[in-house]
Write a protein that binds this ligand. Structure first.
Ligand SMILES: [Mg+2]
Length: 160
C-alpha cells in the first residue's frame, strides 16, 4: 500500500481514492489502520482533500465508521451497497466525491473483488501485492485469504 506515493497521485490524474480496509489499511479484521498506514492516509487526505478519500470495504462496521470520524474527519465509509465485485460501491464513491469514475483509484488486495469492481465501474484498479497480514492469533483466517489471493492470481493467469 505504501508503495503508492500520495504526492504523486495528482500527477497521474487521480482525484479520489477508494480504499479497501482488510489487508490494505490493516491486517484482517482490525478496526484501526497500522500506524505507518495511518500516516500515509493522513498524507493522502492532505493531498486530495479528505472528502476525496473513501473507504470501500465489504465489512463497513460501526467500529470502523467511529474510528474514521475520530481520526480522519471527512473520510467516508461506504455502506448499504452490494458488496464488491459489484460496482455499486464505486458508483457511490463517484457520487460522494463528485469526480469522474475514471479519476478514482481503487486499492485492493483482492483481484476478484475490489480490482474487478474497479474495472466494472470504469475506475482505476490498484492491486496491493503485499497485503498486511498478522498471523499471530489470526492464523486460520489469514491463511484462508492467502490461499484465496493465490488462487485468484492463478485463475487470472490461466484465462489469459
Ligand atoms: Mg482486502
Amino acid at each position: 500500500m505504501l508503495e503508492l506515493k500520495p504526492d504523486d497521485l495528482p500527477l497521474h490524474g487521480i482525484k479520489a481514492l477508494a480504499l479497501d480496509f482488510d489487508g490494505v489499511l490493516s491486517p484482517h479484521g482490525a478496526d484501526e489502520p497500522l500506524p505507518e498506514v495511518a500516516e500515509w492516509l493522513k498524507r493522502c487526505c492532505s493531498v486530495l482533500g479528505p472528502q476525496h478519500v473513501v473507504i470501500l470495504s465489504n465489512r463497513p462496521t460501526e467500529e470502523r465508521r467511529g474510528m474514521l470520524a475520530q481520526r480522519f474527519p471527512g473520510v467516508r465509509l461506504v455502506a448499504g451497497v452490494r458488496k464488491k465485485p459489484y460496482p455499486d460501491g464505486l458508483n457511490k464513491t463517484g457520487e460522494l466525491t463528485g469526480v469522474p469514475l475514471s479519476t478514482i483509484l481503487m486499492a485492493d488486495d483482492r483481484l476478484l473483488t475490489g480490482c474487478l469492481a474497479a474495472l466494472l465501474a470504469g475506475a482505476i484498479p490498484f492491486y496491493v501485492r503485499s497485503p498486511l497480514v498478522r498471523l499471530r492469533g489470526n492464523f486460520r483466517k489469514e491463511l484462508f485469504f492467502m490461499i484465496l489471493r493465490s488462487l485468484e492470481r492463478l485463475y487470472i493467469r490461466l484465462i489469459n
